[in-house]
Design a protein around this ligand. Structure first.
Ligand code: NAD
Length: 502
């Protein structure tokens, strides 16, 4: 990987695909520019891959899964590899975090904090690599022995979004490899560099060739051929509901199984008995800390009518004090939006909210900073009604839609009035209410008096249009394993067409 000098001294970095342990240009040699969102300037290029590259990567993963060392490796040994990967990741956090922050504009301090957790996911799944036991089944036949065994699919396609490339990658790659699969990763065209840097890290510890491969480029040009490739047996996708639908349709045509981690319009619900200081921290962190570019962003705030005006005033005060700046600077509290198309989408969502009659009480406009870049003010809308676009459509940006409620039943009805169901937050001191809400909210994750937590042990995924399947926890291993039933005959078979003599 020839980018050490340009990362150290500046200048344009050039990234290539990583296929079968080798760095290679895209077939046809085309490239895409990568801009630094803090300045809008191009800092790197990536390979603009197509069907030939997708096919090479899928074949390399297939060969590694079926004939390479990975195919015959004992599960305990695979677990050792995952531990080594976790250690290597941990040792390279600083380099990886610098690259990811430069590429997608997330604040360096936040990226470092997220990356310091990621080795634990490799260690967790390392421990699960040799724990998936089959069963001996007591079928009613003394001449036959029946048991089940969990087996990997083979080559997996892992397609990821730009908001947290290495976290999203880890949640797919660690369980997929632990289960015995191999993987082709297609990162977002808006943030591919950290994924390629991580391949350098894993290559340097001697991970067998073909076990992990990366092809970069546009979704339609290389992502789609990858999921269509006959060597790909399983698909794991993180991204928008719209692209998730396309992928599910194509995968369905080929009857390939797919895991979908999609968008959200998650509600944070603040009751009159909540600890308001804690709730304010949770609301700010839920929607503004990553500029709302988090799948579980708490983008709808449902607040008891008696608290509404005071809570909104305090949130507005809090966001006007935040410092904009270079995501690499420790003092920066608001970094840029991750890419130009997303910056335009945020602006468009704000325009739609105003057209629909919502009232903007904080932000609502872009920010100009000395370094350039794509900055947007933390934005709060009140006067929102459930049918407005700002209450229904994911923005994936720093935009909060506030709606009052009168009682618990109305709060639950408003929260569940969404096509999506990724997460929900509940702020209350009433333990009975906490349990009732946790039970009734239609969301894959419910947080009570906290928000945005993640852990390797805890499954995460969506209800409704927020997705299919789960990442993390033991459940994530099942996504990458299929169950086989084995019948062993123990005696002579009866004649298939018995006659009176036989
Ligand atoms: P996106 O759907 O536009 O793209 C995601 C990935 O799919 C990219 O790598 C893209 O190149 C690829 N892609 C696009 N079209 C494709 C096609 N036809 N075939 C194959 N691949 C294709 O999403 P995005 O803008 O990168 O990310 C933002 C979205 O991701 C938001 O909706 C957010 O909620 C979601 N997200 C969800 C989670 C979760 O865990 N649920 C986590 C992070 C982000």
């Amino acid at each position: 990987m020839p980018n050490e000098a340009c990362l150290r001294e500046g200048g344009l970095c050039h990234y290539r695909n990583y296929i079968d342990g080798t760095w290679s240009e895209a077939d046809g040699g085309q490239r895409l520019d990568c801009a630094n969102p803090a300045s809008g300037k191009v800092w790197a290029t990536i390979a603009r891959s197509g069907p030939v590259d997708a096919s090479r990567a899928a074949r390399a993963a297939h060969v590694a899964a079926t004939t390479g060392p990975w195919a015959t490796m004992r599960p305990t040994e695979r677990g050792r590899w995952l531990r080594r990967m976790g250690e290597a990741f941990g040792a390279d956090i600083e380099r990886l975090a610098l690259v990811e922050s430069r590429d997608n504009g997330k604040r360096l301090s936040e990226v470092r904090a997220q990356f310091s957790d990621l080795p634990e996911y490799f260690h967790y799944f390392a421990g699960l690599a040799d724990k998936f036991e089959g069963r001996v089944l007591p079928i009613d036949r003394s001449d036959t022995f029946n048991y089940t065994v969990w087996q990997p699919y083979g080559a997996v396609a892992a397609i990821t979004a730009w908001n947290s490339p290495l976290a999203l990658l880890t949640w797919k790659v660690a369980p997929a490899l632990a289960a015995g699969n191999t993987v082709v990763i297609k990162p977002s065209e808006h943030a591919s560099a950290s994924t390629l840097e991580l391949m350098q890290t894993f290559g340097s510890i001697g991970l067998p060739h073909g076990v992990l491969n990366v092809v970069t480029g546009l979704g339609e040009e290389v992502g789609q051929p990858l999921i269509d490739d006959p060597h790909i047996q399983r698909i794991s996708f993180t991204g928008s509901v719209g692209v998730g639908r396309i992928i599910a349709t194509r995968a369905g045509e080929q009857l390939k199984r797919v895991t979908l981690e999609l968008g959200g319009k998650s509600a944070q619900i603040v009751f009159e008995d909540a600890d308001i200081e804690q709730a304010i921290r949770g609301i700010l962190s839920g929607i503004f800390v990553s500029n709302g570019q988090s799948c579980v962003a708490g983008s709808r705030l449902l607040v008891h009518a008696g608290l509404h005006d005071d809570l909104v005033r305090r949130l507005c005060e809090a966001v006007t004090e935040l410092r904009y700046g270079d995501p690499m600077e420790a003092a920066t509290q608001i970094g840029p939006i991750a890419n130009l198309p997303q910056f335009h989408r945020v602006q468009q969502a704000v325009d739609h909210a105003l057209e629909d009659g919502a009232r903007c009480v904080a932000g609502g406009t872009a920010v100009t900073t000395p370094g350039g870049g794509w900055y947007f003010k933390p934005t709060i809308f009140v006067g929102v009604t459930p049918n407005m676009r700002i209450a229904r459509e994911e923005v994936f940006g720093p935009v909060l839609a506030v709606m009052p409620f009168e009682d618990e039943a109305q709060a639950i009805a408003l929260a569940n009035d969404s096509d999506m169901g990724l997460a929900a937050g509940v702020w209350t001191q009433d333990i009975g209410r906490a349990f009732r809400l946790s039970n009734q909210l239609q969301a894959g994750t419910v947080y009570v008096n906290n928000y945005r937590g993640l852990a390797p042990q805890s499954p995460c995924g969506g209800f409704k249009q927020s997705g299919w399947g789960r990442e993390n926890g033991i459940e994530a291993m099942r996504e990458f394993l299929q169950l086989k039933s084995v019948w062993i005959g123990l005696g002579a078979l009866p004649h298939p067409y018995p006659t009176s003599e036989s």
